[in-house]
Write a protein that binds this ligand. Sequence first.
Ligand SMILES: Nc1ncnc2c1ncn2[C@@H]1O[C@H](COP(=O)(O)OP(=O)(O)OP(=O)(O)O)[C@@H](O)[C@H]1O
Ligand SMILES: [Mg+2]
Length: 270
Amino acid sequence: MDESHMALPGENVAPDAPLALRGEQLVKRFGAVTALDGVSLKLGKGEILGVLGDNGAGKSTLVKILTGFHQQTGGTLYIDGQETMLRSVDHARSLGIECVYQDLALANSLSIYHNMFLNREIVRRGPFRLLDHKKMRERAAQCLDDIGVHVPSVDLPVERLSGGQRQAIAVARAVHSNAKILLLDEPLAAMGAREAGLIIDLLMRLKEKGGLSIIMIMHNYAQTLDIADRIMLMQRGRVTFEQKSALTSVSELMDIVRREYRAMRSAGAH
Ligand SMILES: Nc1ncnc2c1ncn2[C@@H]1O[C@H](COP(=O)(O)OP(=O)(O)OP(=O)(O)O)[C@@H](O)[C@H]1O
Ligand SMILES: [Mg+2]
């Protein structure tokens, strides 16, 4: 069957919209711990999916499977309709899957432009493979400008930037690398309203440009409903709720979580 033409549940994406990614019954065990207990998910092209859930629900584990860092114990992954076993982070990257962790993967003492070309530096022609700083500077400035990220100078070391600006650079870098699927693990964690606003604006602009599908793990329900087209709630390694953002609310999500919590407590009491 052509996976790219599967209809999504709940009319969340047009029935014939191609899927960027699909996971079917993903299981991940770490020894005796079952972190993912049969998670199925779909991500439409150009869609933003928000993943919510308690600590230890399996959100980061899911992202680490989608980014090739962990391999699933069971279940199947389809990238752009093709059944794919992601062997490594590099393998996932070669398929256009990039992950941005909070404050991770940036070299703080290096300049903004150097960070944007980390591990894919531009070198000058000739026998010595000298770095082409001029070109990297220009391209970095252009790329940041394209997506509306404003920094005083691309020569500034990353450590001189705010948390929000740093996160924006990490996102810009992933986008610059032609990511088709962007995975964000708590991009707004520990950020003030202004910094979070910067990232939200950036994500919205990327969405408008099209071509990029995003999965973001979030903590704040209201913020998630604002940004994401669809949300998915994970509890104890399973997906317990999934809905278009416009069709649910913070209070509905809170009710589901509370109900689950009560059920767990009463089960524990017996
Ligand atoms: N490398 C690992 N080895 C063993 N157990 C792990 C490993 N990674 C995660 N786990 C376990 O898997 C479960 C899910 O963890 P995960 O980090 O995916 O949760 P999370 O939803 O991201 O939580 P949080 O909101 O706290 O970040 C937890 O019980 C955790 O202890
Ligand atoms: Mg996590």
